[in-house]
Design a protein around this ligand. Structure first.
Ligand code: DQA
Length: 142
């Protein structure tokens, strides 16, 4: 099984950025752990701070993926274009937010992506990505 993880803007700074919300582990470190935990899954990873690059990656890498896990960062709250790209690619997708966006500013309470996803995992830290992969795996094997 092939799963594409997409991280949006500022998530390259995980481990340093606002640790009270995002913890102190870098995504690269966590990605290694994910690959060890799910040896049966080919995990592709793409991060960009640019909306267009995220859309291009969905078009290019998303087409070949059996499932997508996306944390679009702040673009979740603003980007109809990313939501359209998810709809166009049409792969089973789970939206992840590391922090509990509902315990934060109201502008973080809405995501344009949610309606294009099977579901969301919000506020469970980096573990949300692992839970998303587990769910996609289970769905494929059922
Ligand atoms: C985030 C939540 C967003 O509101 C924020 O802009 C981020 C990270 C999260 O993972 O909790 O960049 O997506």
């Amino acid at each position: 099984m092939r799963i594409l993880i997409i991280n949006g803007p500022n998530l390259n700074l995980l481990g340093h950025r606002e640790p009270q919300w995002y913890g102190n582990v870098s995504f690269e470190t966590f990605l290694e752990e994910l690959r060890q935990r799910f040896p049966q899954v080919q995990i592709e990873y793409f991060q960009s701070n640019s909306e267009g690059a995220l859309i291009d990656s969905l078009h290019q890498l998303g087409q070949q993926a059996d499932g997508i896990v996306i944390n679009a960062g702040a673009y979740a709250h603003t980007s109809i274009a990313l939501a359209d790209a998810l709809a166009a690619v049409g792969r089973p997708t789970i939206e992840v937010h590391i922090s509990n966006v509902f315990a934060r500013e109201t502008y973080r309470h809405h995501s344009y992506l949610t309606a294009r996803c099977i579901g969301c995992i919000i506020g469970l830290g980096l573990e949300g990505y692992a839970l998303a992969i587990e769910y996609l795996l289970r769905q494929q094997n059922s």
